[in-house]
Write a protein that binds this ligand. Sequence first.
Ligand SMILES: Nc1nc2c(ncn2[C@@H]2O[C@H](COP(=O)(O)OP(=O)(O)OP(=O)(O)O)[C@@H](O)[C@H]2O)c(=O)[nH]1
Length: 899
Amino acid sequence: MAKKRVHELAKELNIENKDLINKLIELGIQVKSHMSALEDSDVQKILHSYRPPKGLPEEKKTEPVTKQNMQERGRGQGMEGKKEKDQFFRPDNSKGPGLVDRVPNRPPDRRYEDKPKSPQRPPRDNRPVRTSAAKDGGRQEVKDTAHQAAGHNRPQRPPGGGRPQGERTTQAHHQGRPEQRERFNQNQVKSAAGQQSAGAQGRPQQAERAGGARPPQGDRPAGPGKDRGNVRPAHGGRGGGPRPSNPSIPKPPEQIAQPKPTKAPDKTKGDRRKNYEKDGKWADQSIENTKLNKHRLQKSKKKQEQPAPPVIPDKRPVQIGETVTVQELAEKLKKTAAEVIKKLMNLGVLATINQEIDFDTAALIAGEYGVEAELKVAVDKEALIMTEPEDDPAQLVPRPPVVTIMGHVDHGKTSLLDAIRQTNVTAGEAGGITQHIGAYQVEHNGKKITFVDTPGHAAFTAMRARGAQITDIAILVVAADDGVMPQTVEAINHAKAANVPIIVAINKMDKPEANPDKVKQELTQHELVVEDWGGDVIAVPVSAKTGMGLDNLLEMILLVAEVHELKANPNRPARGTVVEAELDKGRGPVATVLVQNGTLHVGDTIVVGHAFGRVRAMIDDKGRRVKKAGPSMPVEILGLSDVPEAGDILVVVEDEKLAREVAEKRQLRKREEILKATAKISLDDLFKHIQEGQIKELPIILKADVQGSIEALAQALEKLSTDEVKVNLIHSGVGAINESDIMLATASNAIVIGFNVRPDANARKIAEAEKIDIHLYRVIYEVIDDVKKAMSGLLDPEYKEVIMGHVEVRKIFKASKIGTIAGCYVTEGKIVRDAGIRLIRDGIVIHEGKLDSLKRFKDDVKEVAQGYECGITIENFNDIQEGDIIEAYTVETIKRELA
Ligand SMILES: Nc1nc2c(ncn2[C@@H]2O[C@H](COP(=O)(O)OP(=O)(O)OP(=O)(O)O)[C@@H](O)[C@H]2O)c(=O)[nH]1
């Protein structure tokens, strides 16, 4: 007889190959695969391990009992509907493994069927085991049991010993769950009843098979017993030992869920439950949930029972900064502010809740409460973001050199920059509109060079003074026809101080009077010895006019750059310097930034001086939108909160909150510095300040009725700048002078000029309190004249305007003979018949003139005081509207003070 192979035996035993192999290994029989042939003795061994040796009394009993059991089960599921039953008891179903898993809804009752029944257990009668858990099926079960006892036949399982897989699987899955155990017990009873007629059931081997002969199921482990991984291990395990009514079996879920005994049983719920139980999963979930609830309930009960733990004072030291407010300290010490204030009073310190106390005092108070105070050194976030991380040399790549052109006036700096820009636009860029953004890039022999567009050493040094050095190479332009001049020398000194290599461009070589040798000779006097003369300074003869020598100049720039090994790491957050910045009417603050290291991306969060924001858009020097800018690339950036200053350093930060924090801190510091440095200025004492050298700049805030006036005035005012004082228009806008204008004037010590506009009531009050000088005009030349005179010390006002009061127009009456009569109410001060008046609408002066009439009821009056109504007509003016404000003023003559 041919030897049996593993897979054949497995088939015979109706188990999986894998399971059989595992079993074989367990029994010490070595097999390689399911194709391995088995010795007869091994086959016997394995058969014995699965089935008891023939002849044992149980053997005979077992099979019929199982069958009987099946019938029992079938009956037990009477409530589940015929369809499901049929599915499970169809002959085909019994043949191969895996079917059960293809059955969508497993009847839960089957889960318990294979529970081994203790052979010792005395058969118990059909006791009424229905618990509340069995509300649904239980009744049926009892009925069915009786039914069966009465001799009803169920469809028989086909011969062959194959048992419906479902029961095995479900048993393996669900054994050990409370409900199931309960049901199991019921089944025990039922089986016991059945046993009387059909013999014993529940051999341990059945359980073994149930566990071992599990059908394959997706990716679940198929090994014996493993498939129970997701359920609580059944007691008795695979051995399936006898399990009589276990005292530790948890109560059925309904009993568990009894904490709400008062609630009447919910029929709907019961029904739903029935539905759930058609699906094993659902029923299980509900059980799990109930268990969870019970667990929670027990936990909370325990909690309630436990006495409250004694409060142990928190002796951990509290962290306190150099100063702390009383409120904060109280919070840290977990005390009320009043308690802390009391303690402070005991120490002789009178403090309010928001008052700051120093660390030492705070530590004393903390000590009073037995808490140690630790000084928390504030992290300097600004220093943190400004610290430049060191680059890994492996990450460094060559970057384009950044070049600044310097030289004496009219030696051709601008012409040279323009000539280079125009002649070195790469083919792809030709036709692109080049725009002056403060710096631009050209390409020469496939290599890029960045030129800073602001020629002259002043800008270079101003930037350097701010700690920003962007220039790698300085081009010193010396006109060949003029030679070294004073500013040439200055430029040399500036470049040397900055330790920047110099390339001399001897310009205007096209001119007949050009004398490069004279230039070279003069340079030697300033320690610049050109190569021709044995030195190391490169000198290139060029002509911005003809373009001669420009290529050579660019070549030399690249050569010097190469020698200096200019490198950067493009793979890190960007760091750059502002070359230029302005407030664009449509685009908001715009800054040209030269990226010096890393790569700047659209969307990056940045801090630039006292401004911060996210890069909304980037535009290159050709006017194209770009998404990123690498080292040495100049780009215009949009999206800043404010206009930064040239020389401000740009850093990319991770966190917008940090960016805002640092920028705001810088703003505050700047304001404080301004306030500290200068006393308030006004046009009246401007000259005095100028003479004393106290101010070098006249900040002006300009408000006007229309944009056109602002532009005209701004231009005119800026032209007034002298060498001593620069007129700086720090803010301008259309509309009334408001509180924020005054606040800005306070912060930056500016004078406020209103052209055809007036300050609103709030602004006036604050200006008075802050002693801010507001100058109101209706004629442009008067503005210019006053500022000019003030700057030159000629302004010595003899007259001063005094506001008498304000009147609000509340009603308009039209009289054909008189014109428009305004029914008014005096809101502030008084109105006097002879006063000068201004008609103000939305903060803008509509008319300035005199009153025609002032009446109280029908009587002409000289003046009307605050809180009274009056009728007003204005001389030669009828366009009065409700809501207009009439301002009454008088001009007082003031005595000149003798200097
Ligand atoms: N013939 C000739 N004239 C030149 C050349 N380069 C500049 N110029 C002229 O020199 C004058 C001054 O040139 P700019 O380019 O304005 O000189 P700059 O150094 O920028 O002058 P500032 O901006 O005032 O400092 C202009 O009239 C130019 O046309 C050149 O190579 N040849």
